[in-house]
Design a protein around this ligand. Structure first.
Ligand code: ROI
Length: 158
C-alpha cells in the first residue's frame, strides 16, 4: 500500500457535482481506499477565457501500480464526459496523480511529482489539509517550502 494524492479539477457541468461523483468513483477502485478529501476551492483558470475551476485533493491508499491507477483515473474522467478537444481546454473532470508514495516517475504518460505542483495554490493548499506538515516530495522538496513560495491568492474555500 502506498499513500497517493490525487488532484481533482472541473470547470464545466456543475463542477462540485463532478468532484463529488469522482470521489465516489475513486472510493470504489479495486485495491484502493479513499482515506481523505480536502475542502473544495474555487479559483480563476490559469488560462483566460475559461470558466472558474473547482479543485480539491484526495488521499488514497492503493496497491495499484501507477499506470494501472492512471488508466483507472482516465476511465473515470471519460465516464464523466471528458472530451479531449484541446490540451488545456475546459473540462468536466481532470484527475492528476500528484504524489505516489515516495516514487519519482518519469514516463511518457506520467510524471510524478506532477510537474506544476509547486506553481498551483489550488493544489498545494488542499494537499496541505491532508498531508503531514513535514511532507517531503520524492524529489526532496518540502511541502511547507512550496507553500511558503505560493501565496494563497485568488483561492476561495467553499
Ligand atoms: N486553473 C485552475 N484554477 N484550476 C485548474 O484545475 C486548472 N487546470 C488547467 C488550467 C487550464 C491550466 N487552469 C486551471 O488545466
Amino acid at each position: 500500500m502506498e499513500r497517493i494524492y490525487i488532484g481533482l479539477g472541473s470547470n464545466l457541468a456543475a463542477p462540485a457535482e463532478q468532484l463529488r461523483h469522482a470521489l465516489e468513483a475513486m472510493a470504489h477502485l479495486p485495491q484502493t481506499r479513499l482515506v481523505g478529501t480536502s475542502a473544495f476551492y474555487q479559483s480563476d483558470s490559469l488560462l483566460p477565457g475559461q470558466p472558474r475551476y473547482t479543485n480539491a485533493v484526495a488521499a488514497l491508499d492503493s496497491s495499484l501500480e501507477p499506470l494501472q491507477l492512471l488508466d483507472a483515473l482516465q476511465a473515470i474522467e471519460n465516464d464523466q464526459g471528458r472530451e479531449r478537444l484541446e490540451r488545456w481546454g475546459p473540462r468536466t473532470l481532470d484527475l492528476d496523480i500528484l504524489l505516489y508514495g515516495d516514487r519519482l516517475i518519469d514516463e511518457p504518460r506520467l510524471k510524478v511529482p506532477h510537474y506544476q505542483v509547486h506553481l498551483r495554490a489550488f493544489v498545494l493548499y488542499p494537499l496541505a489539509e491532508l498531508a503531514p506538515a513535514d511532507l517531503r516530495l520524492a524529489d526532496g522538496r518540502m511541502l511547507k517550502d512550496l507553500l511558503a513560495d505560493c501565496p494563497f491568492v485568488g483561492l476561495e474555500r467553499l
